[in-house]
Design a protein around this ligand. Structure first.
Ligand SMILES: [Cu+2]
Length: 363
């Protein structure tokens, strides 16, 4: 679905409830996507027949359009019109199928105020990084000389395999400026493999943790769970190469034959969780927990687990049901980098799964 029609569902504060930051003059959505010049199901089938990754995408897109670095761009460039001196709340959503992305606006700083539908302590950055499934709201003030400024989405990829390295662009267009003016490009963006930028960017993120929006971090843990995640090669008689790429959780199911490390954005359904720790080397159970942030860790529903590293999350299991936990890179999900939590009912109707509707078809 995300490779074809996609859109945003915006959850606003309740009527009369202000944002915990200065009211913006206007709001806009920026949806980052990925496009194939082919039927994506055919692309996926071809990949699995070969036992390989499916063909990489042909373009990245910003609000469905790839912009002037691609042919036929006149019809296919998104422009966001702004008025000089006004402040905009921009909701950036990574709806790409496989690619983690960087996003920048030439000449304009972004103040990050909300991550995965949770307010955070505002911080200023020139680039944001989002994995598929993540979203980030930023305040942007049109405070530069009136002109045309490129908005740029390009991949973050630290895996030594070919990936779609193409850059999508859109235009921040000041009102009254001729559309014949050549837009300005961002001066500096992180390199495609900039693991250092991504780690530093993560470290800036803190929950708002205010009296009105407290960070309700679980301080005690009833059950510790450890999952190792990886990509392997699995024998396959029906595949052209007699082998296929496969994923594993806790080294179960497949021959362990580690290919390489890669970052994986892990997404949990049914909950937001707190990312209390994150590291780029092996997890050290003796030392790392002492460094957890249990005061104002970022609260989200998709965490980028660094390549060759680890992420520690905490959540209160108070939502009964069967909840999917999976890598949000669609290709990894198709290789089974996924599992589910079965959360049993507690006591009383508030802690129980609703009964099936009366008209649910019987087998
Ligand atoms: Cu993955």
């Amino acid at each position: 679905m995300r490779a074809t029609v996609h859109s945003a569902v915006v959850v606003l504060p309740g009527a009369g409830v202000p944002y915990p930051f200065p009211e913006p003059d206007d709001e806009a959505e920026i949806i980052l996507g990925e496009w194939w010049h082919a039927d994506v199901e055919t692309v996926e089938r071809q990949g699995s027949m070969l036992g390989m990754a499916p063909n990489m995408s042909d373009a990245h897109t910003i609000n469905g359009k790839p912009g002037p670095l691609f042919p036929c761009y006149q019809k296919h460039t998104y422009a966001l019109q702004v008025r000089s001196g006004k402040t905009y709340l921009i909701r950036i959503i990574n709806a790409a199928v496989i690619d983690e992305l960087f996003f920048s606006i030439a000449g304009h700083a972004m103040t990050v105020v909300e991550i995965d539908v949770t307010y955070n302590k505002p911080f200023v950055t020139s680039t944001v990084q989002l994995s598929p499934g993540q979203n980030m709201n930023v305040l942007v003030r049109a405070d530069q000389s009136p002109g045309r400024y490129f908005m740029v989405a390009k991949p973050f990829n630290n895996m030594p395999i070919p990936a779609d390295n193409k850059t999508a662009t859109a235009i921040l267009q000041y009102a009254g400026v001729q559309t014949s003016v050549v837009p300005i490009l961002p001066q500096l963006m992180p390199a495609t493999n900039s693991t250092g930028f991504v780690a530093a960017f993560h470290d800036k993120r803190r929950s708002l943790s205010s009296p009105r929006y407290p960070a309700d971090v679980p301080l005690a843990v009833d059950r510790h769970l450890l999952y190792t995640i990886g990509l392997n090669i699995d024998p396959c008689d029906t595949c052209l190469n007699q082998s296929r790429l496969a994923a594993s959780l806790n080294n179960i199911t497949f021959d362990t034959n580690l290919l390489s490390v890669e970052s994986h954005p892990f997404h949990l359904h049914g909950y937001n969780f707190f990312v209390v720790g994150r590291g780029v080397r092996n997890f050290d159970p003796a030392k790392d927990p002492a460094k957890y942030n249990l005061v104002d860790p970022p609260e989200r529903n998709t965490v980028g687990v660094p390549a060759g590293g680890w992420a520690a999350i905490r959540f209160r299991a108070n939502n009964p049901g069967v909840w999917f936990l999976h890598c949000h890179l669609e290709v990894h999900t198709s290789w089974d980098l996924k599992t589910a939590f079965l959360l049993e009912d507690g006591s009383g109707p508030d802690e129980s799964v609703l009964p099936p509707p009366k008209d649910l078809p019987k087998c």
